[in-house]
Each structure stands twice: as C-alpha cells, then as structure tokens.
Design a protein around this ligand. Structure first.
Ligand code: NI
Length: 183
C-alpha cells in the first residue's frame, strides 16, 4: 500500500465529474490497489472519508470510516466502507449542521447544512448491489464524499461564507463550548 498525494483546491481534477466504475474495472488489480491506497491515505491523514478524484483518479469510488480520530475527536465513530458508484437520496427528517473539513482544503473548516439522514445505494468490492441508511455524522461524510464525485466541494455548500474558518480559529471561536478549547 502507498500513501498517495492528495489533490488540493484549485486542481481541476477536483472539479471534474468522475466516471462510473465498470464491472471489469471493479475486478481489476489496479482498482483494488487504488482502493487499498486510498484507505491507507485516508488513515495516514486522519480523514473520515476520501474520494478517488482527491487522489487524481476520476472514478466513482469513495472510502469512509471513522475510528477514534484526532481531527474529529468528538464525532461519533462509524464502520469503514468502500462505496463504488454510490447514489445518495435524502430521507425525511431535520437537516443538520456540521463544521466540515476536507483533505483537499487543509487547515480549514466550514459550516455546512445538509440532510441529516440519507439512503445510499452502492456496489461493494465483490460487485454486489447494496443499500444502507446513514444518519448524523456518517450521513454528512457520505454526502461530502459523493459530492467530490460530481466535482463539488463543501465550500460550494456554505450558506454563510462567514462560517469558513482556519482550524485554530474554529477551535477558538466556533467549536461548541462543551468540546473545550481545541488549541
Ligand atoms: Ni473532501
């Protein structure tokens, strides 16, 4: 496994619509290596999700998963998954706000409001069609990562650009009081 270089804001690959993963590609060694490398890269940088365009592969695959994570110390944990060709549908319920971060915009956080509960249809690594419901933090991550596949970044979803902050200032001025000081 290799730690891959992450494309940063301004790189056109982040703005491209990624291509669907075909059955043949899904079965290939190259694709399996890509997913293994994406997983290693996400963990190396304490991400909770990573989309293939972020490692300069314009393909519709994302990895998600949150174990104990220093970048999101107070966020709930959720299991690791590889989502191939994911399709997200919002479910009924309140929208939730989250201070999102992104490995392609290092050092920044921005407040985004999204549906709090979604259904995700996807293909797993064995080629099986699967479906899952995500809510709370995992719903936010799923939407953030699948947005990457359509060339969309969380900063496009800010409803108030005043709620964009460096991490240090986020910790100092915006993090909920019960989380304490982050810096
Ligand atoms: Ni991101």
């Amino acid at each position: 496994m290799a730690i891959l270089k992450v494309a940063l804001l301004g790189d056109p690959v982040l703005r491209r619509k990624a291509a669907a993963v075909s059955r043949a590609v899904l079965r290939s060694t190259v694709f399996r290596r890509l997913v293994a490398d994406m997983t290693a890269t996400m963990k190396e940088y304490d991400g909770v999700g990573l989309a293939a365009p972020q490692v300069r592969e314009s393909l519709r695959v994302v990895v998600i998963g949150a174990a104990a994570n220093p970048r999101y110390p107070d966020a709930p944990q959720f299991p690791f998954r590889v989502l191939v060709n994911p399709r997200v549908t919002a479910l009924r319920g309140p929208r939730i706000e989250w201070w999102e971060g992104c490995l392609s915009l290092p050092g920044l956080r921005g407040l985004v409001r999204r549906p709090g509960r979604v259904r995700v249809a996807y293909t797993d690594m064995k080629g099986r069609r699967r479906s899952m419901v995500a809510d709370g933090f995992s719903a936010i991550v799923v939407q953030h990562e699948t947005n990457h596949l359509d060339g969309k970044l969380y900063v496009d979803c800010l409803h108030d650009t005043r709620k964009l902050s460096y991490e240090r200032e986020y910790g100092r001025y915006h993090a909920p009081a019960e989380k304490g000081k982050a810096d």
